[in-house]
Design a protein around this ligand. Structure first.
Ligand SMILES: *[C@@H]1O[C@H](CO)[C@@H](O)[C@H](O)[C@H]1NC(C)=O
Ligand SMILES: *[C@@H]1O[C@H](CO)[C@@H](O)[C@H](O)[C@H]1NC(C)=O
Length: 122
């Protein structure tokens, strides 16, 4: 990734976080058994202190780890990512297959352009 070491670590953290945990309500619309789920991720920086040092991390909707995406096999998930930070970002989806959708898989300048500060990517 061409966006530097620290953002890469943040993004890995975000990606890992999305692979597992907690809750955010999704709007769901049904067409037969397939459901479209829509999420808004507002990416912002936040300062936190660990081991007497302050660091800046990226949060999703103010949370770290970020919210969990709930979906069933066959659902279509749309995630609007709003970059409200001051660096280029991408989101890499560990463990989430993206058949016919490789341009959303995260590696900046490999499968997609970075999401620039103030921009949105779905
Ligand atoms: C984090 O701390 C730095 C240095 O004090 C400050 O310039 C920056 O605005 C802070 N960022 C946030 C998101 O609060
Ligand atoms: C952010 O992305 C844009 C578009 O790809 C690029 O022109 C710019 O150089 C990038 N900024 C940094 C700091 O990498």
């Amino acid at each position: 990734m061409a966006i530097g070491k620290i953002p890469l670590i943040w993004l890995l953290g975000l990606a890992l976080a999305f692979g597992v945990a907690a809750a955010a309500p999704a709007q769901a619309s049904s067409s037969s058994s397939r459901v479209s789920r829509h999420y808004d991720f507002f990416i912002r920086e936040a300062n936190y202190t660990r081991l007497c040092r302050e660091k800046t991390i990226l949060t999703v909707n103010g949370e770290f780890p970020g919210p969990t995406i709930f979906a069933r096999n066959g659902d279509v998930v749309f995630v609007n990512v709003y970059n409200q930070g001051d660096k280029n970002i991408t989101i890499h989806w560990h463990g989430v297959d993206q058949p016919r959708n490789p341009w959303s898989d995260g590696p900046a300048y490999i499968t997609q352009c970075p999401i620039q500060p103030g921009s949105k990517f779905t």
